[in-house]
Design a protein around this ligand. Structure first.
Ligand code: PEP
Length: 257
């Protein structure tokens, strides 16, 4: 990927469509997004299901306003190619125009039991082909209630140790806030984002480019408030990214923050 340097200074608003969308509705949404006015302070990403990556990538090439990045929801832990039925490699993602790859979304660990070891292999594969991994971290409700949220997040971030890259993108998504309508308080977000910054710096040294997005029931009503929190560099947006008005209101809030 041709990496624009300034995405590490922009606010990222990345829509995660999860297992939603079909050809016709994807086209309608992306068509409208293509005509949305340029927002120079925002790095916009769309993360469709794998089978629609090419559709989205091709559609966002003819952009009037913003560059829209095509993102993937997952990648194989196996490199290159081979007898791994059902898998999609990092090379293939790059081939169809992907720029950013989600790693370790909590739904992957919940339903597919993905933990640090697998996430590490996936990050290495993504970096090897020049794409950007966006690592999702976040504590469970139980971990927060037990006061172990930082311990849990520090463990998840430890997959970064020793990687040969200067670029680190993380989405802090408290598991109890994803798709539940519950949003972490500004104090909780500020505290954890500051912690994530300091953890990454202590793992990888001071020259790192860092983006830490917040995710968990972000919508058009709470986005501006969330973006006003120190160390919040954007949002990973699930449900609200499927609706043009809500998603573009979040992008606008990022631009104005
Ligand atoms: C997500 O999918 O990462 C997410 C944060 O979902 P939602 O915005 O729907 O809570």
């Amino acid at each position: 990927m041709e990496q624009e340097q300034n995405i590490w200074q922009q606010k990222w608003v990345v829509g995660n469509w999860k297992m939603n969308g079909q050809l016709q509705e994807n086209n309608a949404l992306v068509h409208k997004l293509r005509n949305f006015p340029a927002m120079d302070k925002v790095c916009i990403g769309i993360t469709p299901p794998t089978v629609y990556l090419s559709q989205v990538h091709n559609a966002v090439q003819i952009v009037l306003g913003n560059k829209i990045h095509t993102c993937a929801q997952d990648v194989s832990r196996f490199p290159d190619k081979g007898a791994y039925t059902g898998e999609v490699s990092a090379e293939m993602l790059r081939d169809v125009g992907v720029d950013i790859v989600l790693i370790g979304h909590s739904e992957r660990s919940l339903y597919f039991n993905e933990k640090n070891d697998i996430q590490r292999l996936k990050i290495e594969n993504v970096l090897r082909v020049g794409l950007i991994p966006l690592l999702c971290v976040g504590e469970s409700l139980k971990e927060r209630e037990d006061g172990r949220e930082k311990e849990a997040v520090a463990y998840q971030l430890s997959v970064f140790k020793g990687l040969k890259t200067q670029n680190f993108a993380v989405a802090y998504e408290p598991v109890w806030a994803i798709g539940t309508g519950k949003v972490a308080t500004k104090e909780q977000i500020a505290d954890m984002h500051e912690f994530i910054y300091s953890e990454i710096l202590s793992l990888v040294g001071n020259n790192a480019n860092i983006r830490v997005l917040y995710g968990g029931s972000v919508n058009e009503k709470n986005a501006a408030d969330i973006f006003s929190v120190p160390h919040v560099d954007g949002a990973l947006v699930g449900g609200a990214s499927l609706k043009y008005d809500a998603f573009t209101a979040i992008i606008t809030a990022a631009q104005e923050s």
